[in-house]
Design a protein around this ligand. Sequence first.
Ligand code: AMP
Length: 417
Amino acid sequence: MLRHTRPKGTQDFIPPVSQQKLLVENTFRDLAVIYGFQEIVTPTFEHTELFIKSSGTGSDIVIKEMYSFQDRSQRSLTLKPEGTPGVIRAVLENRLVLPARLYYITPCFRYSRPQKGRYREFYQLGIEALGEASARTDAELIHFGVRFFSRLNIAGLTVMVNSIGCRTCRQDYREKLLTFLRLNREALCPDCQQRIEVNPLRVLDCKNDHCQTMLQKAPVPREYLCSDCQTHFTIVINELTARQLPYRIDDHLVRGLDYYNRTTFEFVSDKLGAQNSLGGGGRYDYLIEELGGPPTPASGLAIGLERTMLAMPQLEVPTGRRQLVFVIWTSENELRTAVDLTDRLREAGIPAQLSFDSPKLKRQLHLADLADAAFAVIVGEEELKRGVYGLKNLTTGEQIELPAPELISRLKPLLAV
Ligand code: AMP
């Protein structure tokens, strides 16, 4: 019986899956930098109020998913359920000059029912364009997402877009929607019946089939956009077209967080079943002001790392042995030379390792095998006298001798360093 198991809804990333995770993160970082974003790192936990204020009291996150706790001084703290609020808090607290383009890679925590693609701890890769008002920024963020998924060879992706209007037009729309929902209350699932008074817009993207059938007749935000919001949405669509990015308008795409306005978008995969959203985002022109800053337009995108990995073609397991050299010593007399050689290999950028634990050649070769090293360099007494090392190819078993000064230059091309 295992004494310790990981908490429900969490995951271990062990090799080689951890390598794949790194590939996704590096792809994201490279792309973010290319688009002019700089990294921001914020704490894993924040004051609970921050999330209540930003994600909104009507959001599922705040109602039932936050990992909140009291610390020993009775402060209420919460593990971040998403990346944006901490970023905005940090920008205001550190008085960053805006506009600013920032990216983050962070673990997030949500207490929800675990299933494929839905975990209690997961990673978000996010970008935030703060201080950018243009609809073209929204389209550029969508382009960023498309490019990111395409760099990871993810196919079967659909871009969904919508506009949920601004403070002015949403008010009007909300009234119309409320009237409709109250009239049809009985036809809705219990969750939606509760949402009617708390967060009516959320009813629109309920996954329940009965709700969706009934909602086909519901008024949708786009029918109520004011002329500025209409123009904004038209520019987003025209810009997507100019960039030759296919998209689908989804009138029911409202996103789960209260802070969005105007553009909302989501990247949906046909490979993931129920949890099919790989990432999403939109405009949030009011959030910075609501958190105490000056009125500042903003637009952002967050991608789920685990779902991205699930949608990737297959685990990219490197074929062949690891690009690693195992240095082997044959007696205590050669240990010093072996340690120094290992260090010189590392200085030259060649991944190298040796075992201090056993002087037995056979044992060390076995360890080299277990480590899956591509090569073993053998430091033997007799060889040292002649100024050579043994170089063993652990894939083919073939062994040759190399003059000591040539070792590094000969290894480099073999290991593609
Ligand atoms: P959201 O802003 O809630 O749509 O989250 C953005 C992205 O994060 C989603 O599109 C998912 O890819 C990912 N995500 C959200 N919640 C979870 C979760 N519980 N487990 C894994 N990934 C998640």
